[in-house]
Ligand binder design. Structure first.
Ligand SMILES: Nc1ncnc2c1ncn2[C@@H]1O[C@H](COP(=O)(O)OP(=O)(O)OP(=O)(O)O)[C@@H](O)[C@H]1O
Length: 639
């Protein structure tokens, strides 16, 4: 732990030291030599927003701009705020805050004046300027307020009333940014020391020279020694050594009171499945289920009731789904590939990429219930890989899934696994029904359509199509009744008419996120999706922002793939080259960025604002609904 001392009246460097010169430090504390303010004018009270500037050619005031409280949860307990004051080019300066003053209270624009030759990156910003309006100046600049690299980054970290600072909302990225910044500053400081050895060594004697010049014999005037206890370490954010992050994340999922009462509203089929699964969880002997129900029969409703009950009992329930969209509507839901670390390229005999000792391994060992929705859409090899890995980590090689209770769900009438250029037989062979595990699964059937309860014709029509019993023509096509069609006439307004019938054009409804995400236009081709999106975005009012991609090919010396050509491509999983967005328009995330915080492939959001390289968006679906996040433009797509 560090103690800090001001070693001379003109050199307020912070150094590591013990309680005295010989003993190692016993307990953490900050040591400060209290120098009379006339000698050391920059020692101040924390609440006095520092405006002190020294504008002669030799002096400078080094400020420690305020650290946002999010960086340091205990900053309010720090005792005093101290600024060092130099006549030299040292890069040491510290300010510590007064007790009970949170750093936000010492708010306001910062300025400092330097005439140094640190060799640091120097940035100028003036009082009252917006944080983005800083400029870099050359060394010979005659005017301006100079700050060091460290001060600049401190400025960036600072919270200011009514100014949105995206850095502070970066979650884990913010921590990464802080660490990177620290490394940058430290390397710059070390670089300075490396190149200024002569000067620094001479500075060591500066305090001595001052004392001699002042006619002192024993250096008493330097100051009295005062001790400030360091704040208690806040253990709230520390991970416990033995408990992996995955388990901490799962156990910290809060049960929504609405979900906790869902079990009271289950219909008979759902109730039967619910009771059977819960009985298996309670017995702890394991069981494998497949909840088979056509769309709208309440499979997700059942999972949410199960998850709430099991989590409410203090047990671990892992919720996964094949697609990100399905995962995002279950509390704590993750895609199966991400949660089970399933290899992207999967063959017969593959296993998952987690080990017995890993966080994922420990989570699955501890789980009482595992749910995998849309299992009908995944290749059987992925489920078999999970089975093999579970047998391995639980040391129960003879029991399917290591004797865990695992609930698969899905509807084989909906989308089957994707086999690129596969024949019908290959697709069927890839489905879970062709796995040996299928025979171990207890079938729980749901047939009552809860979504279209008031439209029994549509529910039955869907079922007939899914079961393949609807009448077809010679080409295998079914006839759609005109009542559910929007005719596409040759006058080129077909698309507009479709959009009009799905979305009312009134501005009020387009501003309502619930309205926007409760309806969708589906298309089988990416280029059609882009065309529809462009038309839709035009209908939103307000500020428009266009983000462009930067496309280039590696190893293309003959320029066979010019950027103009690359920009026309609309590959899967990437936004279009020109991404046009407006405030309030819905978007969807294309990658798993931070699944634990609801940012996974398929998360639906609404645009709330624009930054230069990021988008200010609000999650509108699932457990993290209402949270503001800042994805970059290459990770999202208009919805
Ligand atoms: N027991 C119930 N009581 C009231 N509403 C229900 C019940 N079960 C399901 N619902 C409602 O029916 C609708 C469809 O349910 P859900 O999304 O769970 O079906 P699903 O089988 O998962 O559909 P899909 O296969 O299309 O994903 C939802 O709006 C849900 O809230």
């Amino acid at each position: 732990m560090k103690t800090v001392s001001v070693s001379s009246k003109e050199d307020a460097s912070m150094t590591e030291t013990g309680n005295d010169d010989t003993e190692p430090l016993q307990q953490p504390e900050v040591m400060i030599y209290d120098i009379p303010s006339s000698m050391f004018p920059s020692i101040k009270e924390a609440d006095a927003t520092t405006e002190t500037t020294y504008n002669d050619n030799h002096s400078k005031v080094a400020l420690w701009p305020d650290i946002p409280s999010s960086m340091c949860s205990t900053i309010k307990e720090v005792n005093a705020r101290i600024q060092s004051f130099y006549n030299d080019d040292h890069d040491n300066d510290e300010v510590i805050c007064e007790k009970d003053k949170t750093i936000k209270e010492v708010d306001g624009p910062r300025q400092s004046i330097y005439n140094d030759d640190h060799g640091n990156d120097e940035v100028i910003f003036e009082e009252d300027t917006n944080e983005d309006e800083y400029m870099f100046f050359g060394e010979d600049s005659v005017s301006g307020l100079w700050v060091t690299m460290r001060e600049y980054y401190c400025y960036k970290f600072h919270t200011r009333p009514n100014i949105f600072n995206p850095i502070l909302h970066g979650g884990r990225l913010f921590q990464q940014f802080a660490v990177d910044t620290y490394i940058k500053i430290e390397s710059s400081r070390l670089d300075y020391m490396w190149h200024h050895q002569n000067k620094i060594r001479a500075d060591l004697y500066q305090g001595l020279l001052d004392s001699i010049q002042a006619g002192e014999q024993n250096g008493d005037a330097v100051g009295k020694r005062k001790s400030f206890p360091l704040p208690d370490i806040d253990k709230q954010h520390e991970t416990t050594d033995d408990i992996p992050r995955e388990i901490i994340e799962e156990t910290s999922i809060e049960v929504d009171p609405e979900d906790a009462s869902l079990h009271k509203n289950l219909n008979n089929e759902q109730r039967k499945a619910y009771d059977e699964i819960l009985a298996t969880v309670d017995r702890q002997r394991g069981g494998i289920f497949f909840v088979d129900g056509p769309g709208g029969t309440g499979k997700t409703f059942l999972y949410r009731a199960l998850l709430a009950t099991v989590r409410g009992q203090g047990k671990i329930a892992v919720a996964t789904a094949t697609s990100g969209v399905a995962a995002s509507i279950m509390p704590g839901g993750r895609t199966a590939h991400s949660r089970f670390k399933i290899p992207l390229k999967i063959d017969n005999g593959a296993i998952c990429r987690f080990t017995k000792q890993s966080g994922t391994g420990k989570l699955l060992q501890a789980a009482s219930l595992i749910i995998w929705d849309e299992a009908s859409m995944t290749k059987r090899q992925t489920v078999e890989a999970l089975d093999k890995s579970m047998r391995d980590i639980t040391d129960r090689p003879d029991l399917p899934f290591g004797g865990k209770t695992i609930v698969f769900g899905g509807d084989f009438r909906q989308v089957l696994p994707v086999v690129r250029k596969g024949t019908r037989a290959q697709i069927v062979d890839a489905s879970l029904r062709r796995s040996e595990l299928w025979n171990c699964m207890r079938q729980l059937k749901l047939v009552r359509n809860m979504r279209a309860q008031n439209d029994s014709w549509f529910a039955e029509y869907l079922l007939r199509i899914g079961n393949g019993t609807e009448e077809t023509n010679d080409d295998g096509e079914i006839l759609l009744p005109t009542s559910i069609c929007v005719p596409n006439k040759t006058d080129d307004n077909g698309l507009d008419r479709l959009i009009n019938s799905i979305y009312q054009t009134g501005n009020a409804s387009l501003k309502d996120p619930k309205y926007i995400i409760s309806r969708a236009i589906l298309s089988t081709r990416n280029d059609c999706v882009d065309k529809i999106n462009l038309k839709m975005i035009d209908r939103f009012q307000g500020e428009e922002m266009v983000y462009h991609s930067f496309d280039s090919v590696e190893d293309d010396p003959h320029n066979y793939y010019p950027p103009e050509f690359l920009n026309t491509l609309t590959p899967n999983g990437l936004p279009p080259h020109m991404l046009k967005l407006k405030i309030n328009c819905p978007i969807i995330l294309l990658r798993n960025i931070d699944p634990a915080n609801g940012l996974c492939n398929g998360t639906r959001l609404v645009v709330r604002g624009f930054q230069k390289n990021t988008i200010d968006a609000e999650i509108v679906v699932g457990q993290h609904s209402g949270m503001r996040v800042f994805p970059t433009s290459d990770t999202i797509m208009p919805l």
